[in-house]
Every structure is written in structure tokens, then in C-alpha cells.
Design a binder for this molecule. Structure first.
Ligand SMILES: C[S@@+](CC[C@H](N)C(=O)[O-])C[C@H]1O[C@@H](n2cnc3c(N)ncnc32)[C@H](O)[C@@H]1O
Length: 268
């Protein structure tokens, strides 16, 4: 069954990954996810734009890393691996790239496995990223990734689902400590200046759609703390459209106002 949030009326909010897939115009979501996507967009109309913006960012970061010789990728909280996800971009440059996707939503992981079947260079694990040691020791992961060589670890829009009580800084440190020199960590996150989203989440509850998705907002300086022990690559922690934009569409009209920030750190 899909990872979902129980609503007071007894219904469930479909998984965020499937809702994202709707906004990315993908083909891997249910009718219920489409309905939830349109209800959320009614409350916070900028959300589909942000999701597309982060997917475009993902492609730019993968290309940046490929140009620096990285050929292994680990995506924590991956969602549905479609519509320009890591393997699509990486294999376009080098089909030998090795990728492990991880999500704890069983339905999303199953969808991922179906999509990626029959390729030894990729695996989709249904696992909880809050247990880094167990995850990194998982034989399925080790069959694909050689952790003695550089790997790029992605956590795009994942840590905002972890409250401070879950120690997300310590969690990132556990992954940073475990990867080899020359590896990278990329994190994107909702910032607290997103009044539109805050209001939208409130409105979601008031309109009777049930409990809104639980999100922890973190500012750019909090996001910077996640990169302790890593060299933050220029331009540092910035709004997503300003991280090496490669087209006019990436930048849009007011890129500095986009309330999702990203950073890329390199393990020295
Ligand atoms: C907002 S979606 C982002 C998906 C993708 N990274 C993207 O940018 O399109 C966050 C994903 O993280 C997953 N997730 C959240 N907490 C997780 C955990 N503790 N372990 C594994 N996956 C998790 C959710 O199931 C969801 O698919």
C-alpha cells in the first residue's frame, strides 16, 4: 500500500511522489493522486512550478557531476524515477553509470522497479533513509554501487519531511562520513520564506481536504549546516533557478524569490 497521510474524514492523501508525478506530467500516478494534486494546487498554485523547477535542477546537477567524472548516484527519497530522473540524464552521457534509488513508499518503489527492470546498473530499494548504516550495507545497494569510489548522494525535497527531532543534520553527516573522497552531496529544501506555501497548507486544512502534508521549512543558513565537513561548490546555497541555469526557462522572471534552495557539497 502507498505511503500515505491519514485524513480526519477517514480518507488518505496519496503519496507525495505520485502527486509530484502529476505535476511533472508523468504517467505513473493514480486518479486519487491527480485529485489531491489539483486540490493542493488550488491552495498553493506555485507548487507545480516548484516541482518542475527541482526536476530541471536535478538534470543540471547530474550533468555537472558527469562532467567531473562522477558515474555513481544514490538518490534518497527518489520518488517515481521518470520524467528526466537521474538514469535518463546519466545514461544519455554514459550507459555504464550506476544508480540506486531509495524510497520508503512501497507503491513508489514497486513502480520504480517495474520502470527500471532488466538493467544491472540500477536498483530501486524500498527502504527508510533514516537508517544509513543498514541502507549502505544493503547487498542490493552494494551490488550496484562501489562505495570505495566517488558517489553523488541526492536528497531533493526529502529532508523537509523529517522534523528536527529526527536529527536530519546528523543523518546527512552519517552519509557524508560513509562516502569516499571526491563524492558529492546535493540537497534541496523548502525555505521558511514561502508564505504562499504556509498559507496554502493552512487553507488545505480549512477547505476540508484534511490534514495537510507535514513539512519542516528550513532557511538557507540551516541548509548550509547540512554541508558540514564538505566543500560547498559555487555558487553555494541558492534558490534553485540560480544553480547553473542552462536556459531562460530555468531562470524565469524572479529567480531570487523562488523559496526552494539547493546546495552541492564535495567531500574533500
Ligand atoms: C517530495 S518527494 C521528492 C521526490 C524526488 N526527490 C523529487 O525531487 O522529485 C519526497 C520523497 O521522499 C520520500 N521519503 C520521505 N521520507 C523518507 C524516508 N525516511 N525514507 C525513504 N524515503 C522517504 C517520500 O516517500 C517521497 O517520495
Amino acid at each position: 500500500m502507498a505511503q500515505s497521510t491519514w485524513l480526519p474524514g477517514g480518507g488518505t492523501l496519496p503519496s507525495i511522489a505520485e502527486i509530484n508525478d502529476c505535476w511533472l506530467e508523468g504517467a505513473h500516478h493514480t486518479e486519487a493522486a491527480r485529485e489531491a494534486a489539483s486540490q493542493i494546487a488550488m491552495c498553493a498554485p506555485h507548487i507545480p512550478y516548484l516541482v518542475r523547477s527541482v526536476r530541471s535542477l536535478l538534470g543540471r546537477v547530474v550533468k555537472f557531476l558527469l562532467a567531473r567524472g562522477v558515474r555513481q548516484f544514490l538518490d534518497l527519497g527518489a520518488g517515481v524515477p521518470a520524467v528526466g530522473h537521474i538514469h535518463e540524464v546519466a545514461w544519455g552521457v554514459d550507459p555504464e553509470c550506476r544508480i540506486v534509488y531509495v524510497d520508503f513508499d512501497p507503491a513508489v518503489a514497486q513502480e520504480g522497479r517495474t520502470l527500471l527492470a532488466d538493467n544491472d546498473n540500477v536498483a530501486y530499494l524500498c527502504d527508510d533513509i533514516r537508517h544509513p548504516r543498514e541502507l549502505l550495507d544493503n547487498p542490493e545497494l552494494r551490488n550496484v554501487l562501489d562505495l570505495s569510489r566517488p558517489v553523488a548522494v541526492f536528497m531533493l525535497q526529502t529532508l523537509q519531511e523529517l522534523p528536527d527531532s529526527e536529527d536530519p543534520v546528523g543523518l546527512v553527516a552519517a552519509y557524508s562520513n560513509a562516502i569516499s573522497t571526491g563524492s558529492y552531496v546535493c540537497i534541496s529544501h523548502f525555505g521558511s520564506k514561502d508564505e504562499q506555501l504556509r498559507n496554502g497548507l493552512n487553507l488545505f486544512g480549512q477547505m476540508g481536504f484534511g490534514a495537510p502534508p507535514a513539512i519542516t521549512f528550513r532557511d538557507p543558513d540551516q541548509l548550509t549546516n547540512f554541508f558540514a565537513g564538505l566543500e560547498l561548490i559555487d555558487p553555494g546555497v541558492v534558490p534553485v533557478p540560480l544553480w547553473y541555469p542552462d536556459s531562460k526557462d530555468d531562470i524565469d522572471h524572479n529567480p531570487h524569490l523562488v523559496p526552494v534552495h539547493v546546495g552541492l557539497g564535495r567531500k574533500p
